[in-house]
Design a binder for this molecule. Sequence first.
Ligand SMILES: Cc1cc2nc3c(=O)[nH]c(=O)nc-3n(C[C@H](O)[C@H](O)[C@H](O)COP(=O)(O)O)c2cc1C
Length: 305
Amino acid sequence: MTVDLAMELCGVRFATPVLSASGTFGYGLETAAVLDPADLGGVVTKGISPLPRKGNPPPRICETAAGMLNSIGLENPGVEWFADEKMPPLRAAGATVVANFFGDDPDEYVSCAAALDKIDGVAALELNISCPNVAHGGMQYGTDPRLAGRLVSACRAVTTKPLWAKLTPNVTDIVAVARACVEAGADALSLINTLSGIGINVRTRRPRLGNLFGGLSGPAIKPVALRMVHQVYAAGLGVPLVGIGGITTGEDALEFILAGASLVQVGTATFSEPTAMLRITDELRQWCRELGAERVGDLVGTLKV
Ligand SMILES: Cc1cc2nc3c(=O)[nH]c(=O)nc-3n(C[C@H](O)[C@H](O)[C@H](O)COP(=O)(O)O)c2cc1C
C-alpha cells in the first residue's frame, strides 16, 4: 500500500510531515554529506535576529536523564548573512525552508519579519516567543497572551508569508496564549519550545550551564508536549499545529499527529543520530500502512478520548 505523506499547510506543500526543529539542525546544510535537506518535510532554521548575536557563555549544553539542557542564547550571524550565505544553497538544494526568528524587542521582531518576508525561497516564518535561555528570548511575550497577540499582529502586518507562532510550555494556560496568537493573525502554531530548567555539578557546586538556566528538551518532555498539542487542538482554534518535543521514533511522531499536529519537528534526537529524521519518516510511513491510512493527513486529530 502506498502512503501519501505530503501535507499542505497555509498554502505551502511539505513533502513529509517531518521537519527539523529550530536550533538543532543549523541552517539545514551542515549535515548535507549524510542528509539531503530536500528529503525532509522542511528545514526550520536556527533562530535568526536582525543583527548578529554572540549567545551565552559556555558550557551551553549538558545531558539529563532522557534529554538535554541547552543555553545557547540564540547565537546567530543575523538576517543579512542568512539571506546572502545560507539561502542560495538552500534554494539550490530544493529544501522547504521555514525561518525561525526573534528580536530583543518588538521593533527588532518586526524588522526581522519584514526582512525575511523579502527573501525568495523562505516558505514560512516561525515567530519564536518562547526561548527560556535569554533575558530577551521572547518568553516574556510567550507567557502573556496580551503581549503575544500584540507581537503576532505587529509581525503579521509586515509579511504576507505564512506566520507560525512558536509557543512556550512555561505557562499555566497554553490555550490562552494560543488563542491570542490566532486572533492576532497567526496562521499556525508550533508547540512546544523547551521547559526551563537547571543542572548542578555537586563536586564543584556550580551550575552545569554557564547561564545557570537552560531549556530542557528530548524524550523527557514528550508527554508535556503531547498534552499541550492535545489541549490546543481540542480548543478548536481553526489553525494547523506543528508538534515538537522529544520525538525520536515514527511512533512518537504519530502520537503527535493523532493528538492534532499536522506537522512535527525533530530536535534533540538529531544530536545522537544526525539522520534520525529520515528513519522517523520511514517509521511513520510504516505506521500509516499498519493503521490502513493512505494519507497521513487522514490521521490528524483522530485521537479517541
Ligand atoms: C541546542 C538547542 C537550540 C535551540 N535553539 C532554538 C532556537 O533558536 N529557536 C527556537 O525556537 N527553538 C530552539 N530550540 C528548541 C527546539 O526547536 C525544540 O522546540 C525543543 O528542543 C523541543 O524539541 P526536541 O525535544 O525534539 O529537541 C533549541 C533546542 C536545542 C536543544
